[in-house]
Design a protein around this ligand. Sequence first.
Ligand SMILES: C[S@@+](CC[C@H](N)C(=O)[O-])C[C@H]1O[C@@H](n2cnc3c(N)ncnc32)[C@H](O)[C@@H]1O
Length: 354
Amino acid sequence: MRQSALGVYRSPITGEPLSKAGDGSGAIVEIRDLSGNRFPMKDGVIDFTAGAILAGPDNDARRSYDAQAGDMYENAMRWLWQAFNEDEASVRNATLDRLDLRPGHRVLEIGCGSGSDSELIARRLTGGELFVQDISEQMVRLCQKRLDNLPRSDVAVEYSIATACPLPFEDASFDRVFHFGGLNMFSDIGGSLREMARVTKRGGKVLVGDESVGPWLRRSEYGKIVMNNNPLCAAPAPLDKLPENVRDVGLNYVIGSTFYLISFTVDDGPPTIDLDLPHQGARGGTMRTRYFGQLEGVTLEAKQMAIEAAKASQRSLHVWLDEAVREKASQSRMEPPPAPIESRDGDQRTPSKR
Ligand SMILES: C[S@@+](CC[C@H](N)C(=O)[O-])C[C@H]1O[C@@H](n2cnc3c(N)ncnc32)[C@H](O)[C@@H]1O
């Protein structure tokens, strides 16, 4: 592991920076945070999950993928491409085209599996860095073996075993973040999407995809057969779980419209708005007064009177009401405050004027 790569990671437990510890022979055997939490490093892979109690779905995923890593997993993937009459390389390459990789980018792939996309990313990244992670050690090892066998790759690759939430990476570390195929089963889908945005640089891009039959197909026999075959295909594309600081959100469907691809760029906070820009017209007001300035409801008769009075005075309803309330309120301040009355349950209440 490169020293510069260590600065990209952080403790998933405390968020603290990490340091290496050796065994005396020069080999790094452990990564530690400032609070003393220790993460073993074996054959170039850091295990951020060692000793951790994983959430139920994450634990199930780890067990399942550790067990199927190898032929069983590759058979299932082959079935997918054949059943939907798709060419795997074409679909994966077209998907990665959407990531807009550039030379020198630092890229994170979450849930790398056996490395089918990791290999394509590594082939596209000239002089860049690729961090791959997965919750299953067996999957990370398959990915590592595959990338180790790549001829003449000038990409630096770093491997870790970790959950997608929390991610063991510093804020704003990556130009691109990619995930395909596991999100539906992550224990915290919204949290994982927030984590992907957190570790992406401002202006950087995230691309994430998983099973979900396109909404327009769900009532068709095609859709029903697909969802019956794999219930995960009934999952919705999680647009509603994106954090508020994403922009340029895109949604596409691939593999017979049974997988969504959501892409977005990352910015600071929600979009900015001018809360105080006045509306022209009869209602008037601003986004601020319409949202924060709402009063109790009035009778329909009083409302109609206000509308007509505003119209007659050639003011917007907002301006007329604002003036009317201020005028009435300042008059009230000059009057002696009304005496409190006993409510039936014993509370002190101010009598309302009718
Ligand atoms: C269907 S495989 C897809 C692998 C690869 N992305 C591909 O397209 O071939 C899903 C992967 O997500 C990983 N995974 C599942 N839950 C995870 C989690 N909570 N955090 C990180 N990886 C997870 C699994 O171990 C598995 O390797």
